[in-house]
Design a protein around this ligand. Sequence first.
Ligand SMILES: [Zn+2]
Length: 142
Amino acid sequence: MKNNLKQIRFVLQGFMMRLLYGRNGFDNLARLCYGLSMILLVVNIFASSVIIYFTWIGLFAYSMFRTFSKNITKRYAENKKYLEMTNGIRKRAGLVKLQWRDRKTSRYYICKSCHQQIRVPKGKGRIEIRCPKCSERFIKRT
Ligand SMILES: [Zn+2]
């Protein structure tokens, strides 16, 4: 039984690999569109709006188009541009996540001159922080 499942998974994996061979694959931009389309799908259960419905179809179709596109060079360039454009937001989101994870022990600051992320222990009062990368000093309350 266990072996059967393994075999099925092996076959499915092979199938997926053949299906995506020479294709762009599920890149970040495709993932974003797919994620958004799934959110819209759920929202539309309650909203049942035609506009949301067509936006959903559009986003879903676009994510599939990207995944199975054979023009990898062009898709790669688009994906890269998307990553560059959202770099600031994604960095900030990552920082918020870290802040939350370490909220009891540490605080995170961004160096104003070089944008290096600096972690300092919490509860030390007003301290002078020196950026390890560019040696800029600034005072913060932790
Ligand atoms: Zn710095």
